[in-house]
Design a binder for this molecule. Sequence first.
Ligand code: SAH
Ligand code: SF4
Ligand code: F3S
Length: 449
Amino acid sequence: MNKNKVYIETYGCQMNLADTEIVLGILQNNGYCATKHSEEADIILVNTCSIRDNAEQRIYGRLGNFKTIKDRKPDLIVGVLGCMAERLRKDLVEKKRIVDVVVGPDEYRRLPELIDVAFNGDKGIGVKLSKTETYDNILPHREDGLQAWLSVMRGCDKFCTFCVVPFTRGRERSRSLDSITDEVKQLSERGFKEVTLLGQNVNSYKDNQNDFADLLAACAQVDRSMRIRFTTSHPQDLSDKLLYTIAEHPNICNYIHLPVQTGSNRILELMNRTYTIEHYLELVEKARKIIPNVSFSTDIISGFPTETFEDHIMTLDVMREVRYDGAYMFNYSPREGTKAFKMADDVSEEVKSKRLQEIINLQQQISFELNQELIGKEETVLIEGFSKKSDKFLSGRTDSNKVVIIPLDERIKTGVYVKAKIDRATSATLFGEFTGFANLLEEHLSLTG
Ligand code: SAH
Ligand code: SF4
Ligand code: F3S
């Protein structure tokens, strides 16, 4: 095949990163090869995100750049994949005339065929959502490394009133447990040391009799020296069984990303989040009892319709109460087609941003304080390589996903677990000394006898 070089850029959440690997897997099976340079590509694909308006604007900007390349190289194919493809198919083909291929998240198997359509001068469009597609039998194209993403379920049935995901990703469906553990096994054999199980509501995973706790346990048993992470958990599906499973397996990270969105019960109801703050805080407390040392991160939206100053204060209160390790914090962005879009976006941009800044400042202070509390303690760190800033230092991460920097040491190879005594910390990074090697398996044996 002549024109077979594909360049792909990925925006949005980890699910999109995982999807890009699936797309490359499919294309490579059909004679295409990936390139890291957009100038030498025959096909440029952008895997897109619709979650907030600024995410889409950024991608429109990128498509403008690709138009300049296409002006010079008219037979270049430009394609849009992912959530924007699903949401804006007409707009992309009719208004942004540079787009030749538009393929939504459930039609990637048809990409080779749709690219052919485009090479023949037509538009290649596939935007049907599926009730069953999980790409179960597609081996994603992954570069060698330590950390891998693995989608275990797709779609979302929760319909939070602000969110486009149920519209861009369709209904919930899960992969089979066996195909997932097989893939974890392959990753272990290739030397991967960490797998993150992904889903918009990962804990509502279901395969016949198996729920998400069963899946986590099965993945953790594949290779005891491999860390298992997962994201995102919805408070509604955080069962006791799941908490006990996390506690039981030392290689399942004691870290839960549990988006709260707001501290106000009135706003939670308008958002259709299906829990109250009291229920949420009880969950956190229960998790802390069952899983010693568990840490939490969250997502927060500032300025949802009708949010008052009092509602905002309640959000700050819940942050102080839980003391999250980290948070993703956003201004509310109205999305056409969602329920909240029909509510007046009545908090001014200025007020939204002022509140958001207070939320960010508070989170930074809490992260700083939590990190200071780790000084003098020993952490188990998976070494990932040189630190970004200097090759005289190594960088790795703790169970709770905190970055730890230690001085370079000849004995320490990438991909091993070490013990590090923390001696200094900022709000984002811990600094420590190497005190010895760590072994997750031994820790497991010592815990279970
Ligand atoms: N499924 C995950 C979140 C997916 S989207 C969950 O339910 O937790 C990631 C985050 O983006 C959400 O948690 C929310 O905080 C934010 N988000 C989604 N839609 C948004 C919107 N319209 N405006 C601002 N933030 C939004
Ligand atoms: Fe969006 Fe809510 Fe589904 Fe998360 S649970 S993807 S916020 S609708
Ligand atoms: Fe964005 Fe779609 Fe993920 S909207 S956050 S890429 S599911």
